[in-house]
Design a protein around this ligand. Sequence first.
Ligand code: NAD
Ligand code: ZN
Length: 344
Amino acid sequence: MRQTVVFPSGSVDYIFQSSVEELLKGYEKGQAVIITNEHLFKLYPHLFKLHKTLVLPPVESSKDLRTIDSLSRQLLEAEATRKTTLIGIGGGVVTDITGFLASVYMRGVPFGFVPTTLLGMVDAAIGGKNGVNLGFNKNIVGTINQPEFILYDMAFLQSLPNVEWSNGFAEIIKYACIFDADLFAELEGKNISHYKNDAADLVNLVDRCANWKNTTVIADEHEKGIRKLLNFGHTAAHAIENLYELPHGKAVAIGMVIASMISEKISGLKPTDTHRLKELLELYNLPVHQKVNTYKAMEILKMDKKRNNENVDYIVLEAIGRAAIRSLPLTIIETVFSDYESHN
Ligand SMILES: NC(=O)c1ccc[n+]([C@@H]2O[C@H](COP(=O)([O-])OP(=O)(O)OC[C@H]3O[C@@H](n4cnc5c(N)ncnc54)[C@H](O)[C@@H]3O)[C@@H](O)[C@H]2O)c1
Ligand SMILES: [Zn+2]
């Protein structure tokens, strides 16, 4: 099944429950180059026989400009041209790298994604943001450019480790906090085992979250307004993620707790709602406690892309299911970080 989603900068074909092999067979030899990582290369060797495949180490630290340099050279060596399609098969690290590389190699070549993590399916593969890190600063060099297609094959999730299921639920809980109180309540009544064992519920969940992301990006592809809401939990997350080598989902979980504490001060979120959020995160095996060094985290946060002089655009909750953008002085954020630090 196919569905075309039209974004301001281009249309994306969403291909559901289709076989990746069929897709790959559709490209003649030499017309496609696959980018993946070592885990997937070992787990699904048959997928990588048809086309030239570039294999990355399976770590966030590969998401940097050195990798873009090395992959560009490998593409040139493989005689990839402007007509070669780059296909990223993997989690958010692989798709972010593939999208950025495809946007800059020869000033842009076609590309598509096959997300293989839950987090990739509900978030990272969608929306056209492709970027890499500079040291501790996340996604600081990047582009906004839509892939030609995103292929969903839920069978990949069968090999996904439990911890990566949890990481995916961090972004799912994020959508529930920002937009969807009903989803929040549904998640409270279920757990990871339920979704692992109920294929229909899982497909509905992925679809619902992908729709939240699609509609938000269609309305504001270049993040001038409503798309900023998707950064709920991410300002604090990005300040600690690479500093403490946390997986993205875990950093977002802690970031959402900090954002809720800020929301209690700024936008009248009820303490009982912060409590509900913490319980939900724990139900999905996500952390709510983390040692943080406020000074170090603030140094990274100050470099954040969303900073505007002494203020930072921060996403707060007014209630579960309703978010708002507030321009906050760094001092308020620092106070809450210190408060969090002293309680963890
Ligand atoms: N571009 C965006 O809009 C966007 C949005 C959210 C997150 N991100 C980025 O995405 C990244 C996080 O993505 P992620 O959580 O997918 O992490 P990831 O890509 O690091 O994958 C997590 C782990 O799962 C393994 N894996 C992937 N698929 C598997 C499978 N089917 N079976 C077994 N193992 C598998 C990987 O090898 C890796 O070890 C971060 O860099 C984050 O910044 C980008
Ligand atoms: Zn995220």
